[in-house]
Design a protein around this ligand. Structure first.
Ligand code: SAH
Ligand code: SF4
Ligand code: F3S
Length: 482
């Protein structure tokens, strides 16, 4: 763990708050811990927390930071929303992500009525939208704390305010250039971890809300990232996932610029680290240097997630993606010839305003030509505040659904075909968990991200195993130890 265990001991909560931001937050953790202890005595039991995460891997990592702080304060984890502090870490990339949160918030009202100690917190991308916060202030008065994406590090401080005053606490920042290092985290998996290498996004794809809710691009310093990885490896981590909205533009705005490829080379040297993954790559910034570094690396996984969004050059321009169909095809070709065994996956949006049948056929064409190993397909969702929300020619729902189904069928056929080529080969598999359906099996992942189930037990979790792939079941394999 990254946290400095001694910091908590050094803190005098009756003294003045420290100036250094990390220390300030530990000061507030100590202060909140005192309040929680008092509540525990009143309740005659430990207080519990539950963090429900929505959205992407970046949010998942933030949820681990929230959990880290809550554990330090003295809460213990609960398995569901029957807890004393429930936090929803929200996502707003598509409308249905928002609807889920409102539904569950309504449900919490009843639970809270029965538990005088219960507090409810909301954070994450949705909270950066002012109309959302207004709606919660008006219709969801049982919420106690609202904060955003830029001040996740402030949880302890905000909790102290919440516990000291009995009204809704709201703290939303519009943007930040601050990166607070060395706060506690509580990892979901012992052997693997996400790592933020950068925050925010500067690309402003016209359909996308992320730049508005995550702010401008900021890269962490390489030495801070490497230090974090080394600490994680010492704590049992063998696989890392580097996180950023566009990792290919990592380091461009640092005082001493460092390319993403160079950062990866630094990581290659870390002893004990076995696998490196990253996401997401924006095609417009993917360099030859990166392909070279990947091709010769022993640790970087044979998997690249390269969102296409659309195969139509006309729509790509409307989307402000800054590449066209030909450039994407050329890039995919270059990557595959440098690494024939690479698994290429992608994101595709169907029904962007003005999408014609011809545009859609261009998307299908790229899907067939590139032969993606997998594709996440989304129906376009109008996001208030983005340029595309004001575009005319929004595509009717039934047309979008029809195209979506045709696309999905193609994607799945190709994915099945691509997955099946490993039958009877022996592969390195990192074991992740005991199989949920059959406890005689364990589930692990190949370098190319395919899942494999094979006979094994709990002791294998986090270890690399040689596995003979016996049978391909569509998108996963059944195997046995080689
Ligand atoms: N930074 C990443 C994507 C982050 S959002 C990138 O540039 O590739 C994850 C995916 O959600 C996107 O790739 C896109 O396919 C999808 N998405 C984003 N906004 C959307 C919207 N308004 N409607 C539907 N899908 C959307
Ligand atoms: Fe959204 Fe585009 Fe930024 Fe990705 S690169 S987060 S799709 S604006
Ligand atoms: Fe959603 Fe925010 Fe991620 S909008 S996809 S949680 S960056």
């Amino acid at each position: 763990m990254l946290e400095n265990k001694d910091i908590m001991k050094e803190i005098d909560i009756n003294g003045i708050e420290p100036a250094d931001e990390t220390k300030r937050q530990y000061y507030y953790m100590a202060k909140a811990a005192k309040y929680i202890k008092e509540q525990e005595e009143q309740a005659g039991r430990k207080l519990t927390y539950y963090v429900q995460n929505f959205g992407c891997q970046m949010n998942a990592r933030d949820a681990e930071k929230l959990a880290g702080v809550l554990e330090k304060i003295g809460y213990v984890e609960a398995q569901d929303e029957n807890a004393d502090f429930v936090i929803y870490n929200t996502c707003t990339v598509r409308e249905n992500a928002n609807l889920k949160v409102y539904g569950r918030l309504g449900h919490l009202r009843g639970i809270k009525r029965k538990n005088p100690f219960m507090r409810i917190g909301l954070c994450g991308c949705m909270m950066q939208e002012s109309q959302v916060v207004e709606k919660i202030k008006k219709s969801y008065r049982h919420v106690d704390l609202i904060f955003g994406t830029h001040n996740v590090f402030k949880l302890a401080e905000l909790m102290v305010t919440m516990l000291e005053q009995n009204q809704m606490v709201i703290d939303i920042w519009q943007d930040t250039d601050k990166i607070v290092e060395d706060l506690p985290t509580e990892r979901k998996y012992k052997f693997k971890s996400g790592i933020n290498i950068m925050f925010g996004c500067n690309n402003f794809c016209t359909y996308c809300i992320v730049p508005y809710v995550r702010g401008r691009e900021r890269s962490r310093k390489p030495e801070d990232i490497i230090r974090e990885i080394k600490t994680l490896v010492a704590d049992g981590v063998v696989e890392i996932m580097l996180l950023g909205q566009n990792v290919n533009s990592y380091g461009k705005n640092l005082d001493e610029p460092v390319s993403f490829a160079k950062l990866l080379e630094m990581m290659e040297e870390i002893e004990g680290l076995e696998r490196i993954r990253f996401m997401t790559s924006h095609p417009k910034d993917l360099s030859d240097e990166l392909i070279e570094v990947m091709a010769k690396s022993k640790k970087i996984c044979r998997h690249l997630h390269l969102p296409l969004q659309s195969g139509s050059s006309r729509l790509l321009k409307e989307m402000n993606r800054r590449y066209d169909k030909e450039q994407y095809l050329k890039l995919a070709g270059k990557i595959k010839s440098a690494m024939p065994d690479i698994s290429l996956t992608t994101d595709i949006i169907i029904g962007f305003p003005g999408e014609t049948e011809e545009d859609f056929l261009d998307t299908l064409d790229v899907v067939k030509k590139v032969e993606f190993d997998n594709a996440f397909t989304f129906i376009y969702s109008k996001r208030t505040g983005t340029p595309a929300a004001t575009y005319e020619n929004q595509v009717p729902e039934d047309v979008a659904k029809d195209r979506f189904n045709r696309l999905l069928k193609e994607v799945q056929e190709i994915a099945r075909k691509k997955a099946s080529v490993y039958e009877n080969t022996i592969q390195q598999v990192l074991v992740e968990e005991v199989n949920e359906q059959d406890s005689a099996l364990v589930t692990g992942r190949m370098s190319n991200n395919l899942l494999v189930h094979f006979p094994g037990d709990e002791s294998m979790i986090g270890t690399m195993q040689e596995v003979k792939l016996k049978e391909c079941k569509g998108f996963y394999y059944i195997g046995e130890q080689a």
